[in-house]
Design a binder for this molecule. Structure first.
Ligand SMILES: [Fe+2]
Ligand SMILES: [Fe+2]
Length: 194
């Protein structure tokens, strides 16, 4: 558990995003499939980099397992809608955030954990927006459940960040959250999760 409750300072998504997303939900779901896949892969990349941190390995391996289950759920959703999955269109959002990660350890570990926490937080925010607006009840329920899972993942990464750098993680989180807000603001509004 986090030593003290932390309201992660996330800016609100522009209202225009939800309207654009609802106008092309198939494109959103196609992008979402890859978001879940990349979340699993990113979590497992921490196992590759920090195999000696047993607590971290366990936490992120479990998280990757959940993300893989989300890939299954989004794949099934596409199937129910009769929509084929597409290739990954890339993710300038995540790429820009990764650029902010410092190269040297131990700062690199802290930055990766905080960037993953921010991506989980932004994903949770947008999945919850979709859950509240998608007309089909089954799909809305799926998005509500996925949003709750991403909130838990956000907190997992924040807890790991606190453990990795108890003295500096909050200050760095605030810096990265400001950068995340600028990145989101600069991106075009389109039917994707980010
Ligand atoms: Fe997920
Ligand atoms: Fe997640």
């Amino acid at each position: 558990m986090l030593a003290t409750a932390l309201p992660l300072p996330l800016t609100a998504t522009r209202p225009a995003w939800l309207a654009v997303a609802l106008a092309d939900l198939d494109a959103v779901h196609q992008d979402h499939l890859h978001c879940e896949r990349k979340a699993a892969q990113s979590a497992l990349s921490l196992v590759r980099s920090y195999p000696d941190r047993a607590e971290l390995v366990l936490a992120v391996a479990r998280l990757a397992h959940e993300e893989t289950a989300h890939v299954v759920q989004v794949s099934q959703l596409l199937g129910r809608r009769g929509v084929d999955a597409t290739l990954d269109h890339g993710d300038e959002y995540a790429a820009a955030l990764r650029e902010l990660c410092r190269r040297r350890e131990p700062e690199r570990l802290l930055d990766r954990l905080l960037v993953f926490a921010l991506i989980e937080a932004r994903s949770a925010e947008r999945l919850a927006l979709l859950a509240g607006a998608i007309p089909d009840p089954a799909t809305a329920a799926l998005y509500k459940a996925l949003a709750a899972a991403e909130v838990r993942h956000r907190d997992t990464f924040l807890e790991l960040a606190e453990q990795a750098a108890p003295a500096t993680w909050r200050e760095r989180l605030a810096e990265l959250a400001r950068a995340e807000a600028a990145i989101v603001d600069a991106l075009p509004v389109r039917p994707r999760i980010h």
